[in-house]
Design a protein around this ligand. Structure first.
Ligand code: SF4
Length: 698
């Protein structure tokens, strides 16, 4: 950390990595961001993790795209074969005029043959423009983004049972709780600043119940650690709720006042005694009973969850259980209580709010509703578009293979790394006859592009982002984009004009003003307020209200104001171990790397800390395989194989292997199962049958 003499300027913005949404001060010297400090945002209160503090130098990396690129006519066949430092055999530089004309000409007039992936890394305004471009420009709803791979099942369950897809309370509310459950999440690695509040809560005497098939660092702070069998979430949670019913620990007054379908839930839970469920979930009946009594006995309790809950074919059922647990104990809508799915990307909440999903327009208004669509087309000044829900991320790739989709516009997403069974996605990208990629690096997905549009990193753009807490925050530019790179909203507008759309935005503020016309969540939140205050939480009840940290204290946005109990039955994972594939593969992130690695692997400090693809195995498993830590293992599923360095990790069960998905040289998603949850359409990244062997030459 330096002093003011070390920089020319300091600019307040938002960390570009996780959904915590830490506010940062970017210290600029000679046109470059030199260092970063945390400032007093509502979520972070001055704190930052290693990514926020040291992970910013990717924005000045020599691999940054500085000119539009068009695929050479004599380029080698499309594939994952472009060296980002030496792309000239595949692409040629072009002027913006030519590149935009080329990008638009390949999409114009092709209606349902075109699909779009927007980005949770872009601003709210850019997400809004992206979904509008697909809907208005092509007349359908085939537009999605990485929420499909992240919390789509949580949102499906929350919409169904609570009437809103966002958190009911900020994570900071934990300071008013006396009990908290953290399940299927590893916040010390994935939401590190939120984790500091969880640790403080435990140190003050709060009871922290951690539930996860993988042991984790938060265990040290836990009053209870339930390391349950992978995929047994519903059995375990129903058993806990069974005890609450059996022992009469539920809040009848709350249930009567604010919920529906309780009797059905109660009847359903009768079959899930702890004794019957213990062999399935691997947790002793007495522990399940103790957790039930502890949670139900709390004055105020919160439930936090992550992708360990959502990324299953029963992800929606997992979330339904958590919602039911909170409702039956009346733990929603008061200080220190609530439901909080910890959102992944920095703006996945905002991109979803802005309508970057195939079934909803902004503010989760259904595309199937004629009145909703007409409210939007009135503001947009164009004709109606399809009333059918569009295709999701993985369905779009299937539609490419089925020759139904032939062109795509992909902004800031990297499906060539992030999709399950990623060779299937890569083959789909190679098959497209027109692929427009807008990004800051020549990503694995851009390898397959016909035209690449160079975009801006977070520190080069103006716009709002919304974090896991529903806090809408203002991001500001500290440096200029490199070369001819442009802000994403500008590129979208130029493309839309070439598609014949009547767009006339002069700035992101214009876009935000339009968003407000059909998004009640933004009532009382103006561009001017955000420019002055940096953050306002939605809903905000007046121009002076900083926003509501807790919602639904007096009922829910559902019929008669009642939340719903939806009973959840046990569904086995799709790809269960057998003789050939006897172990369980689970994937996720690690502290130093972000998602597909395009940013953090170009950050000196972060890649220096974690430079090599690795997987985690229990010491007993390594011994059995005859593999020493640091040697390579071969992981094989029904989809493919990777060779990867093995680490010893006692937190992983002996029949499990954990693989982070940031490394292209050993891409975890070559292995993962594309089977999806029927409601949230989210793939089962957290469970595949796998064979683990010593790699040749290990
Ligand atoms: Fe950035 Fe998340 Fe770390 Fe905060 S916790 S600094 S938002 S990565």
């Amino acid at each position: 950390v330096g002093d003011s003499a070390d920089f020319d300027e300091e600019v307040e913005s938002i960390c570009p990595f996780c959904g915590v949404g830490c506010q940062v001060s970017l210290k600029v010297k000679d046109g470059k961001v030199k260092y970063v400090e945390g400032i007093n945002g509502p979520a972070n209160e001055g704190r930052l993790c290693v990514k926020g503090r040291f992970g910013f130098d990717y924005i000045h990396h020599p691999h940054r795209l500085t000119k539009p690129l068009i695929r050479r006519q004599d380029a080698p066949e499309k594939g994952l074969n472009v060296d980002p430092g030496n792309w000239q055999t595949h692409f040629r530089e072009a002027l913006w005029e030519e590149a935009l004309d080329f990008a638009a000409a390949g999409m114009k007039g092709r209606g349902r043959e075109i699909a779009g992936f927007g980005s949770a890394k872009c601003t709210n305004e850019e997400a809004y423009l992206f979904q509008k471009l697909i809907r208005q420009g092509f007349g359908h709803n085939n537009v999605d983004h990485c929420t499909r791979l992240c919390h789509a099942s949580s949102v499906a369950a929350l919409m169904e049972n609570v009437g809103s897809g966002a958190v009911t309370a900020t994570f900071n509310e934990i300071e008013n709780a006396d009990v908290a459950i953290v399940i299927g999440a590893n916040p010390i690695e994935n939401h590190p600043v939120a984790a500091t509040f969880f640790k403080q809560f435990a140190k003050r005497g709060g009871k922290l119940i951690v539930m996860d098939p993988r042991g984790q660092a938060l265990k040290r702070f836990a009053s209870h650690m339930l390391q349950f069998r992978p995929g047994a979430d519903v059995s375990m949670l129903n058993a806990i709720m069974h005890v609450i019913v059996e022992e009469g620990l539920y809040d009848q007054q709350y249930i009567d006042a604010y919920t529906e379908n309780w009797e059905a839930e109660k009847r359903h839970l009768a079959d899930f005694s702890p004794e019957a469920m213990a062999p399935i979930c691997g947790i002793e009946p007495e522990v399940l009973r103790d957790v039930a009594r502890t949670f139900a006995g709390a004055k105020a309790a919160m439930i936090f969850w992550g992708m360990g809950i959502s990324q299953h074919i029963h992800g929606t059922d997992n979330s339904r259980c958590l919602i039911s647990l909170a409702l039956m104990t009346g733990q929603v809508g008061r200080p220190g209580s609530g439901l909080h799915p910890l959102r992944g990307q920095n703006n996945v909440q905002g991109a979803s709010d802005a309508g970057l999903i195939p079934m909803f327009l902004p503010d989760y208004q259904p595309v199937t509703d004629d009145g909703v669509r007409s409210a939007f087309t009135k503001v947009w000044g164009t004709a109606d578009f399809s009333n059918e829900r569009g295709l999701t991320v993985t369905e779009i790739m299937d539609a490419v293979h089925a020759d139904k989709i032939k062109g795509m516009y992909i902004l800031g997403e990297n499906p060539a790394m992030s999709d399950p069974d990623v060779e299937h996605a890569r083959a789909a990208l190679a098959k497209l006859d027109h692929l427009v990629v807008q990004d800051i690096f020549l990503t694995e997905t851009a390898n397959y592009a016909d035209v690449i549009l160079p975009a801006s990193a977070f520190a080069e753009k103006t716009g709002t982002v919304t974090n896991t807490n529903r806090q809408v925050q203002m991001g500001r530019p500290a440096v200029a984009p490199p070369g001819d790179a442009r802000e994403d909203w500008w590129i979208e507008v130029e493309l839309a004009k070439r598609l014949g759309l009547p767009w006339d935005y002069q700035s992101p503020a214009d876009v935000f003003a339009e968003m407000k016309q059909n998004m009640r969540s933004l009532d009382n939140i103006t561009w001017e307020r955000l420019s002055g205050e940096n953050a306002v939480t939605y809903p905000s009840l007046s121009p002076q209200d900083p926003g509501q940290a807790i919602v639904f204290g007096d009922g829910f946005p559902r019929p008669e104001g009642r939340a719903r109990f939806t009973p959840a039955s046990v569904i086995a994972p799709d790809d269960v171990p057998d003789e050939d594939y006897p172990m369980i593969l689970t994937t996720g992130r690690q502290l130093e790397h972000w998602h597909t690695g395009s940013m953090t692997r170009r950050s000196t400090v972060l890649d220096g800390l974690e430079p090599e693809a690795n997987c985690s195995l229990h010491p007993s498993t390594l011994r059995k395989l005859g593999v020493a830590p640091g040697e390579h293992v071969l992981l094989t599923t029904k989809r493919g194989s990777i060779s990867i360095m093995a680490r010893e990790d006692r937190a992983v069960a002996p029949d499990m292997v954990f693989v982070p998905f940031a490394y292209v040289e050993a891409a975890a998603n070559i292995l993962t199962n594309p089977a999806i949850d029927p409601f949230g359409k989210i793939p089962e990244f957290k469970f595949s049958a796998v064979r683990v062997e010593k790699a040749e030459g290990a």
